[in-house]
Design a protein around this ligand. Structure first.
Ligand SMILES: Nc1ncnc2c1ncn2[C@@H]1O[C@H](COP(=O)(O)OP(=O)(O)OP(=O)(O)O)[C@@H](O)[C@H]1O
Ligand SMILES: [Mg+2]
Length: 309
């Protein structure tokens, strides 16, 4: 079973406004609410591909209940642990003039015992050959090494672990190490403490260093410039395809979802890379973090070209 762990999920509230003005009363229109959180996005992609996953993590209060109901309505299983506090609502304001302003709440705090319970729950849900996706931010009071602890324990239990994190959480997780990581360009360079204008030519050697540390798959996503895929046997680069871009938010999550699905189906290196590309390119054609249709992913997949690095 694929388990997606979202420790700090959210209700994403997207609203429109003609012009956002600070220090004024701003009236929002076109307000829509979606189940958010990176693991939830990963599960949405897995579902589109015809796979099954179960979402877990922490929820609290009425917003937590609403989040669970929304996930259920999408036909996705969930087993969240209920904790004190209220699941966050993240407000995204689309301003016709100045673009997107995001106001993200910190989310719930959890105790050490609750974190231990989540790890046990994740192990139980995944089973011995399970695939576990750890993605997104941690609860506000959690140790930065939380993903490392989870990844080590889950690997020990026989699971395959995919981690998609940034900053300190990513840095510490690498010490486990996870089986699959998917940094974007920013996260990779931040990890190595390198300037963001480091030339692309230096990226492959930085990714290969993770393989030496025991990561089996490194997927480096480069936004509209495509992605690179590294295993000890093969390294390739793929460009994107021209599509109508609606929202790039969650494109990386779709890529992770497709990779988890491909791993479960034991797809070849080539198929895995192509599916991950197609799923993420498809994802940018939809509003918000909605997943693309399976037909579109299939059509895009047939057009992806891989180039050896
Ligand atoms: N503008 C775009 N056009 C086509 N494909 C895109 C575009 N932006 C992203 N993608 C696809 O999505 C993949 C992941 O994108 P990106 O590198 O932005 O991930 P990310 O920063 O992790 O995103 P997020 O964390 O919001 O999910 C890219 O490798 C690419 O295949
Ligand atoms: Mg990302």
């Amino acid at each position: 079973m694929i388990v997606t762990v979202t420790m700090n999920p959210a209700l994403d509230k997207t609203a429109e406004i003609a012009r956002l003005e600070p220090r004024r009363l701003n009236r929002l229109s076109g307000v829509r609410v979606d189940a958010g959180g990176k693991g939830v996005n990963v599960s949405k992609m897995i579902k589109v591909l015809g796979g099954e996953s179960v979402c877990t993590g922490f929820v609290g209060g009425g917003a937590g209940q609403e989040l669970c109901e929304r996930i259920e309505r999408m036909g996705i299983r969930h087993r969240f642990l209920t904790v004190a506090g209220v699941t966050r609502t993240n407000l995204k304001i689309m301003d016709a003039d100045s673009g997107l302003t995001e106001l993200n709440e910190p989310g719930v705090a959890v105790t050490g015992a609750e974190m231990d319970a989540l790890l046990e729950q994740t192990k139980d849900l995944a089973g011995p050959d399970g695939i576990v996706v750890l993605s997104g931010s941690l609860p506000q009071n959690a140790e930065a090494g939380t993903y490392r602890v989870f990844a080590e324990a889950l690997k020990e239990a026989g699971c395959t672990v995919l981690a998609d994190a940034d900053g300190d959480s990513f840095k510490k997780a690498i010490e486990a190490p996870p089986d699959v990581i998917k940094p974007n360009r920013f996260e990779l360079l931040q990890y190595y403490g390198l300037p963001q204008d480091t030339p692309d030519g230096e990226l492959p050697s930085l990714c290969r260093k993770f393989l030496e540390r025991g990561v089996a798959w490194v997927i480096l996503s480069l936004g509209e410039n495509g992605a690179m895929f590294f295993t000890k046997d093969r390294c390739v680069r793929a460009g994107t395809l021209p599509v109508e871009v609606r929202s790039t938010v969650g494109a990386g999550d779709s890529m992770v979802g497709a990779a988890a699905y491909a791993l479960e189906k034991r797809m070849s290196f080539e198929e895995t890379a192509k599916l991950a590309m197609a799923a993420s390119i498809g994802a940018v054609t939809t509003e918000g973090t909605n997943a693309p249709s399976r037909e579109l992913v299939g059509e895009l997949m047939s057009r992806i070209a891989l180039e050896e690095i």
